[in-house]
Design a binder for this molecule. Structure first.
Ligand code: ZN
Length: 675
């Protein structure tokens, strides 16, 4: 592993932080913490922690010995001085003499030691940082070290590899007992550079940030050297059928099977090493042995769901999948009940849905309530695969075991890292918006994202789609909705990226004008292509994916006032829109049995690419009105905004018992009221 410490960079950061009133030792603490965080084979997603002992002065001018330790759950790669919780070191040191310290008492002791009560809670490994005497301490879950510790003979292996540079401490939960064990080990071996925690990770320490960091890199490099060249062709392959269903077909099946108990976003990953892992003959053994380090268990559960290979023809993959998903949840319940009894039955079961799904021949899916949580699960699954592959390359992978995993999964201090679960109403849902690059479409993308949906923005203007998607944390896709092949490919891409589709807002449209008695047939045909046929092709593809998922869905069409109340010379626009209104009802009739709802929004006079400021000026002039009076010419006397239309789409998506309906958003226009 490369030592990335550069004096020039370190000095620049010291200078930058000095201007903000941050001391040099803290600047260096932040610098090396970020170096550790940037190395994904050391820590990912809130894993690992660092600390520094220093002196601080309180408001009265009194000086204290302080421990600054990373706040719980923060990411090392983006650490800032404010993310280091400052604690009164003498109060923490006083805990050393205790024989035991129950969780609630530890939480109280840590709270009391905080110099600033509004700072977040410190790392769960704070006591270890406090008790070890060195000024700087680094802790990671280095892949290479875990590949050595997670073995039946892990202790012996580590002793061979690290010699007198590190001492090995048996697995224990973070807290007083582990901290005391570590201190005792260091006391007996005062010249060591680090402490290896079995099935958990590595601590290093030093007088300076640079020394502690350098020792971390050196010890991890020693572990990497021991593993070098051992991770190739580790797994004997099982017999995988040659012809497999593509990811775009498998993903909605998986998503549908899991979504019987909630709504989930999938994050698919694959690579040669992932496929070798999931294709191994002994997959059930090594993949279900448990996460490689305890803090992964809160994100990916003790075990993944393992599926059969998705064979083309012959076997019934979807049926098997449903059976395996149900079996997984039943086993999770049994695991919970067994270990909860040991705890006196005081725990509440967490959701039994798998967070990682392994598919031989294809790869893996991370599962989560949001795209971010699904990505974290997928990242952790990939890290677990790296470590287990390395471990199996030199021996047999073994984790801390089911009992210890349960104790971490249901430990209040670990669960706190996940934050309070306030679930927005469309969390786990995938919403696709066509014509999402501007106007009503862009406002709708934002409205769905605000309600927690994973949003796909489609637009003829690919850049506009990507820009809007980026602004709402979604996925942007350039797509001509009048091209059936492009739409099919787009829906396949969406299935690969998020796992499937729940809501489609078929919004793309454009206005053509012409007196109906003389209009060119080509104009009418062109308008029908976009304002009718595109809606039909988008809806057909959405229904294809929704039926594969088997958990219903929601189609939403942007029709127009023209569909019910024709305006002069607007036939080329109104005719296909009227057909689309009928189309919406036909979908409601034909696919209600599939749980697919179909509704429309009838909006009028919205400033957009379709009704531009220039058009508003000419239309208002023709009627002898100001532009404002024209736009506010409705019963409420208020201009209708794109955001008002977006809200109607969201409301219809949330109205679970409404289908075949039209919601009018025009500020009130009796001439256009549905009858
Ligand atoms: Zn740790």
């Amino acid at each position: 592993m490369k030592n990335r410490y550069q004096d020039k960079e370190a000095k620049a950061l010291i200078a930058r932080y000095r201007r903000q009133g941050v001391a040099a030792d803290m600047a260096l603490r932040i610098y090396t913490s970020r170096l550790l965080g940037a190395e994904k084979s050391l820590v990912i997603h809130g894993g690992g922690n660092t600390s520094m002992k220093t002196k601080v002065t309180d408001a009265s001018g009194m000086e204290f010995d302080a421990l600054c330790v990373k706040s719980s759950g923060h990411n090392l790669d983006a650490l800032e001085p404010d993310d280091m919780t400052v604690l009164d070191l003498s109060l923490l040191s006083g805990l050393k003499k205790l024989k035991s310290l129950p969780d609630q008492d530890m939480i109280k002791a840590l709270s009391r030691a905080k110099m600033d009560p509004v700072q977040p809670n410190p790392s769960v490994e704070t006591l270890l940082h406090a008790f070890l005497p060195d000024a700087f301490i680094d802790h990671t879950h280095a892949n290479a070290v875990l590949a050595l510790t997670n073995q039946p003979n892990g202790k012996q292996l580590c002793e061979e590899v690290f010699g007198d540079r590190a001492v090995v401490v048996p697995y224990a939960m973070s807290g007083l007992a582990l901290a005391k064990k570590a201190v005792a080990a260091q006391h007996c071996h005062p010249n060591i550079h680090g402490i290896v925690l079995m099935c958990h990770g590595l601590f290093t320490f030093g007088k300076t940030a640079k020394e502690s960091y350098t020792r971390m890199i050196r010890l991890v490099s020693q572990a990497e050297k021991r593993l070098k060249g051992k991770g190739k062709k580790v797994f004997a392959a099982s017999a995988t059928p040659k012809k497999l269903l593509p990811v775009a077909h498998v993903a909605p099946m998986v998503r549908g099977a899991l979504s019987r108990g909630g709504s989930w976003i999938l994050d698919f990953r694959t690579s040669d090493s992932i496929r070798q892992f999931v294709g191994g003959k002994d997959l059930a053994r090594y993949a279900q042995a448990g996460p490689v380090t305890p803090d992964h268990v809160i994100r990916i559960k003790p075990k993944p769901l393992i599926l059969p290979p998705p064979k083309v023809g012959g076997g019934n993959f979807q049926k098997e999948l449903l059976k395996e998903a149900a079996r997984f949840s039943a086993r999770y319940r049994a695991y919970f009940e067994k270990h909860n009894r040991r705890h006196g039955g005081d725990k509440t079961m967490r959701d039994p849905t798998p967070r990682v799904v392994l598919v031989p021949g294809l790869g893996l899916f991370g599962v989560g309530e949001t795209t971010r949580i699904a990505a974290i699960a997928a990242d952790m699954a990939a890290t677990n695969i790296d470590v287990i592959t390395a471990a199996e390359g030199i021996g047999t992978f073994k984790s801390a075991g089911e009992k210890n995993m349960f104790d971490i999964e249901y430990w209040a201090l670990e669960a706190a890292k996940l934050g309070a679960a306030k679930v927005p109403p469309l969390a786990g849902r995938v919403a696709v918006i066509t014509g999402g690059g501007s106007g009503i479409g862009a406002a709708t993308a934002k409205a769905f994202a605000d309600q927690g949906a994973a949003v796909v923005v489609m637009d003829l203007d690919g850049k506009a789609a990507i820009d809007v998607a980026a602004s709402v944390g979604g996925f942007g896709l350039g797509c001509d909705v009048t091209d059936a092949q492009q739409i099919e490919r787009a829906f396949d891409a969406i299935a690969e990226i998020y796992g499937g589709v729940d809501v489609v807002v078929s919004n793309a449209g454009a206005a053509w004008q012409g007196e109906i008695g003389s209009v060119d047939k080509a104009v009418l045909r062109k308008s029908f292509e976009l304002n009718f046929w595109a809606h039909q092709t988008v809806a057909q593809n959405a229904v294809r994916v929704m039926k594969t998922q088997g958990v219903g869905g929601c189609l939403l069409f942007n029709t127009s006032k023209q569909a019910v109340n024709p305006g002069a010379d607007f036939g080329p626009y109104g005719l296909p829109k009227a057909a689309t209104l009928f189309l919406m009802r036909q979908y409601a009739v034909d696919h209600g049995k599939d749980g697919i709802r179909s509704n429309a929004v009838n909006a009028d006079r919205i400033r957009s690419g379709l009704l531009t400021n220039g058009m508003i000026a000419s239309r208002s002039q023709a009627r002898g009105l100001t532009a404002e009076n024209y736009m506010e010419g409705n019963l409420l006397g208020e201009e209708v905004l794109a955001e008002d239309v977006a809200k109607a789409f969201v409301d219809l998506a949330l109205s679970l018992k409404t289908t075949g309906a039209v919601m009018t958003v025009d500020g009130g226009n009796i001439a256009a009221a549905l009858r």
